[in-house]
Design a protein around this ligand. Structure first.
Ligand code: ARG
Length: 575
């Protein structure tokens, strides 16, 4: 639709210049004023004349009528009809526009319809997922993982080259606790057998025991200090704990189809922090407060940013500062995006300010993308205790339920396991990415799996339906696909929905909001299913129209498949 908007803006601009030579208004301003009417009867694009009435000193309906009288002589390209409605000028796209500008381009580009080169030559670094090692993925990690990866795919679709970084929480006192707990209550066989779950058990046990005996905390601190000083035994344990954690995370990433370009975690920046601490000192940005080194941010209405603890050890912000400098030097990024829960917003605001004060140019290229909390059945999820909802359990439950439904509906189906996993996991991701990221979500499994609702399974079924139609009819070729006369409403609506895909991708990137794509998927599925119900394809007698409808089905498949992929959802051809 952007193209049509441009044509309209250009014609309206010319007409205004002709009618009101004194008026100063640019084509961009007019473009920005164009709206999508809430109802199809009001056209595909509307130009409201209200804002102009001051500049042009005339009532909006009068302006609309005057512009209309001129425009009617030569309608903007791609416009089939224009109308006045009060202070609005309403434009209807022509059939030719949909057939030639939309459908023909879609047939040529397939899943690349909507891809642009806007980001060419630019690099985007995305820091997401980033779990704290030795703890399994819980439902709170779903957000950073799927929002982060989706933003990566969306940027790639716009031509950016992207670097996905899993900034593992692989350093810190928790390793001192784990090492202490392992030596006291664990063994190699015990961990090898149970993997990450046993690490969690040890961690939980440590906290329980430390409640009773506070000296355990001192022991843990001492173990961490040894680790920091390169103690070989502790280092070997630490490496092993990370390996076990990563093996566990990989299972979840595989289910989601997610890979990373780098797993440089917090420990990677250990030797890169002193330089930054020295710069803070040299620039007189740091001061000592109760023994700790801080950057005072009261001038910016924020609490101080902690750089060094009393004992000289570094903190979370210190590592983030060193990591940002490293990324700037390594990747020369145009954007560096951090996806975390909104609970960390202050942390990011603080250290973003610190790097700005340090004089780094890249400070203005850092973006924090926050998201809300997830609860299940109204309960918030705890992390410190063993009482957490693990992502893998949630996925497993969804997969099991989907499998049971498939068993009942389609017992002879091939690849049942694969399809059940794609649909079960997809249902959870889709549900999660349906609302604006900043909203808190209450997860309800029945809603996510409702095959008739606005859900992932519904979208995947629609995709599979297009594939099965094309498997039967897709080889039918017809030259005159675009020659048919008199498009039906459902056909027109579907093409109009196609035309909106590229701008939905743009919006999603601009606002870093994958849910825009999720909602678009529902619009597309709705438009396709209405078309499918009212427009017979296989039984359509007219060969040209049948070919046209096959082309519409192919267009749906290409866009729907790409859109699902962009929000980390797999799309089997058969379900
Ligand atoms: N490991 C952190 C956590 O689980 C998230 C890290 C986010 N990235 C960053 N560069 N701080 O809360």
């Amino acid at each position: 639709m952007t193209e049509l908007k441009q044509n309209i803006a250009s014609s309206v601009k010319k007409t205004i210049a002709q009618l009101y030579p004194a008026a100063v208004i640019s084509e961009e301003e007019i473009f920005g004023m164009l709206e999508y009417p809430p109802d199809d009867n009001m056209g595909d694009i509307a130009f409201p004349c209200f804002k102009l009435s001051r500049t042009l000193r005339a009532a909006p309906p009068k302006i609309a009528a005057a512009i209309f009288a001129e425009l009617e002589k030569e309608l903007p390209a791609g416009v089939g009809k224009a109308q006045i409605a009060g202070g609005y000028l309403n434009f209807f796209a022509s059939e030719e526009f949909f057939k030639n500008a939309i459908l023909a381009r879609l047939a040529e580009k397939g899943a690349d319809y909507g891809r642009t080169c806007e980001g060419e030559g630019k690099t985007v670094v995305l820091d997401y997922s980033s779990p704290n090692t030795a703890k399994p993925f819980h439902i709170g990690h779903l957000g950073t993982t799927v929002i982060g990866h989706s933003l990566k795919l969306l940027h790639e679709y716009k031509g950016y080259s992207c670097v996905g970084i899993n900034h593992l929480g692989d350093w810190g006192t928790q390793f001192g606790k784990l090492i202490t707990a392992y030596r006291k209550w664990g063994s190699r066989e015990y961990i090898e057998e149970g993997g990450i779950d046993k690490l969690v058990e040890l961690y939980v046990k440590f906290h329980e025991e430390a409640e009773k005996d506070a000296s355990l905390n001192d022991e843990a601190r001492a173990e961490f200090t040894k680790l920091e000083h390169g103690d070989e035994e502790n280092l070997a344990l630490w490496r092993w704990f990370i390996e076990i954690s990563l093996a566990e995370y990989q299972k979840t990433y595989a289910q989601l189809g997610i890979t990373f370009d780098s797993y440089n975690g917090e420990s990677f920046y250990t030797d890169k922090m002193p330089e930054q601490v020295q710069i803070l000192r040299d620039k007189n940005l740091m001061k000592i407060d109760d023994g700790a080194s801080i950057v005072d941010l009261s001038e910016y209405n924020m609490p101080p940013c902690l750089i060094l603890k009393r004992d000289g050890s570094t903190l979370y912000p210190t590592r983030d500062i060193a990591a940002a400098v490293y990324r700037d030097r390594t990747y020369h990024f145009d954007k560096c995006i951090y996806v975390t829960s909104a609970g960390q917003s202050l942390h990011f605001a603080q250290w973003f300010k610190v790097v700005e004060l340090m004089g780094y140019d890249f400070a203005s290229k850092l973006y924090h993308v926050p998201y809300g909390t997830v609860s299940i059945g109204g309960e918030k999820l705890a992390t410190r205790t063993g009482n957490v909802i693990l992502l893998r359990d949630l996925f497993a439950l969804a997969i099991e339920k989907v499998r049971a439904i498939m068993e009942e509906k389609n017992p002879n189906m091939q690849n049942k396991d694969e399809a059940a996993e794609a649909v079960g996991v997809g249902a959870i991701v889709f549900y999660y990415l349906s609302s604006n990221r900043i909203r808190d979500i209450n997860f309800v499994m029945e809603e996510a799996l409702d095959f008739n609702g606005n859900t992932g399974p519904y979208a995947q079924y629609t995709y599979a339906r297009t594939c099965s139609i094309l498997a039967k009819l897709g080889n039918e070729a017809h030259e005159n696909v675009y020659n048919i006369e008199g498009i039906e409403k459902a056909e027109r609506d579907l093409m109009k929905t196609f035309s909106l895909f590229p701008e939905k991708v743009d919006e999603a990137v601009a606002s870093m909001e994958p849910s825009i794509v999720t909602r678009y998927i529902l619009d597309l599925c709705g438009a396709f299913n209405r078309f499918y119900q009212s427009c017979p394809i296989a039984t359509c007698e007219n060969a040209e129209r049948r070919a046209f409808r096959i082309a519409l089905t192919r267009g749906t498949r290409d866009i729907l498949g790409k859109a699902l992929e962009l929000i980390c959802i797999k799309h089997p051809e058969k379900i």
